[in-house]
Design a protein around this ligand. Structure first.
Ligand code: SF4
Length: 436
């Protein structure tokens, strides 16, 4: 791109040699890092990046993207983690260097900024041309500042895909490296927030706590399953899976889960033997004790919302997605949400922001102004417990189970490829954030 008239905004390059290495906030990662870096610094940079990606993901769930609130929260996170995000910071060298994991970058846009219009090769601005957003002449598109991000994003996406593909080819060399391999292998497990893993919670909830916990701390999707179970003493497969995996994730042992379901079902008309024959296998299966011995984890909100449609007699799913507005209003009234709050929730649902609506519900039922956590059932539950207990953990169960607890399944070790895959998916998420 070329600069066209107007007032040039000069980057501060001349008087600071260090900033010359990183002339722009947005890096295209075209050159591999060439400087020296200690393993400790490398690890810290990687953790910071994972933290940032996590923060972007959380914000996307808590706030509607593109809103002022989302933007200011995002900038606050970027500042907090010392990532580069604006060109006019006092000293941008360090943040930009950190963003590159780590040395000089040169991107090839070659663009010099105009005050309000950029001249760009026509081929780079096809999307904008289709939307009639550019003026074009002699093979060049003239793009307004507000639209330039679409071109930069395309460029960034293309170049990033290319360098990730090249990076993937280098994996065998990395895997054989004794120093880097263990670090990369464990990167995805490094602690970047509260530990919600099943293993950390096993045995912390007792069966007699479940009724009271359901009213206080279960997310609405699970609460509706619990209510249906108490009322009908039965749940169909979709509900059994969604609720069963939730109970497992908040820490019920296999033995407890088996007791819970058996007691619930035989309160209806089910014969205990019939329960043993019909359901024991399924319960053991979900704990990875039968069949392929997969240690199933609970469904994500997205999976609940997008898959497994409901039919008559089903109670699984997400109330924010599966309930019609009037029914949802009634449900929210039952939780004593004030009318203005219900309207806000319904507006978010109307805009298809189901998880943001759930966050709103959380804030209102827990009387908190802010909660920034990526929403999922156990997180809803544990954050709720944290707030209700004034920061203390759930009380440890005092009664030991009658039979030995199953050993926590061994965490599958991930190889470098899966670590890279998770980084790539994080980067894709990053791109979505940028797009916004
Ligand atoms: Fe449950 Fe997620 Fe829906 Fe909330 S958004 S009700 S946690 S599925």
């Amino acid at each position: 791109m070329q600069f066209l008239g107007g007032n040039r905004r000069k980057l501060r390059l001349a008087d600071d040699q260090r900033n010359a290495c990183y002339p722009h906030s947005l890096l295209f990662y075209l050159q591999p890092p060439s400087g020296n870096i200690s393993l400790i610094e490398f690890e810290n940079l990687a953790i910071d990046r994972v933290k940032l990606l996590k923060a972007v993901k959380n914000l996307g769930v808590s706030y509607v993207k593109g809103t002022e609130q989302y933007q200011s929260k995002l900038e606050a996170e970027l500042r907090k983690l010392k990532f580069s995000y604006r060109e006019n910071l006092e000293d941008e060298y360090e943040p930009r260097r950190r963003d590159h994991d780590i040395v000089a970058s040169s991107h090839s846009l070659g663009g010099v900024q105009l005050e309000s219009v950029y001249k760009s090769p026509f081929a780079d601005a096809l999307d904008l041309f289709r939307g009639r957003k550019v003026y074009w002449e002699n093979g060049f598109a003239y793009v307004q500042l507000k639209d330039i991000v679409a071109i930069i994003l395309n460029e960034f996406r293309t170049k990033l895909s290319k360098v990730l593909a090249l990076t993937a080819r280098s994996l065998p060399a990395v895997q054989s490296g004794e120093r880097l391999q263990p670090l990369l292998s464990h990167l995805s497990h490094l602690y970047t927030g509260r530990d919600y893993s099943t293993q950390a919670n096993v045995g912390k909830v007792s069966l007699d706590q479940i009724d009271s916990l359901s009213t206080k701390s279960f997310p609405p999707c699970i609460d509706q399953l619990h209510k249906a179970l108490r009322e009908n003493h039965h749940l169909r497969h979709g509900g059994l899976m969604q609720y069963g995996l939730f109970l497992k994730d908040i820490g019920l042992t296999l033995e407890q889960a088996w007791q819970f379901w058996k007691q619930s079902f035989i309160r209806g008309k089910m014969d205990p033997d019939k329960f043993d024959k019909g359901y024991s296998y399924n319960i053991r299966h979900s704990f990875g004790k039968e069949g392929k011995r997969t240690d199933y984890t609970l469904y994500s909100c997205l999976k609940i919302i997008l898959t497994n449609p409901r039919s008559q007699g089903d109670y699984h799913g997400c109330p924010f997605w599966h309930s019609d507005p009037e029914l949802l209003r009634q449900k929210m009234q039952a939780y004593k949400i004030p009318p203005s709050g219900i309207n806000q929730i319904l507006d978010l649902v109307k805009g298809t922001h189901y998880q943001v609506a759930c966050q709103k519900f959380f804030k209102m039922t827990h009387n908190v102004d802010d909660c920034v956590f990526s929403l999922s059932h156990p997180k809803f539950f544990f954050e709720s417990q944290q707030i209700l207990s004034g920061g203390k953990d759930i009380k440890k169960e005092s009664i030991q189970p009658e039979t030995p607890q199953p050993k926590p399944s061994v965490q599958r070790s991930k190889d470098v490829s899966s670590a890279l895959a998770s980084l790539i998916s994080s980067l894709e998420m990053d791109l979505e954030g940028l797009e916004e």
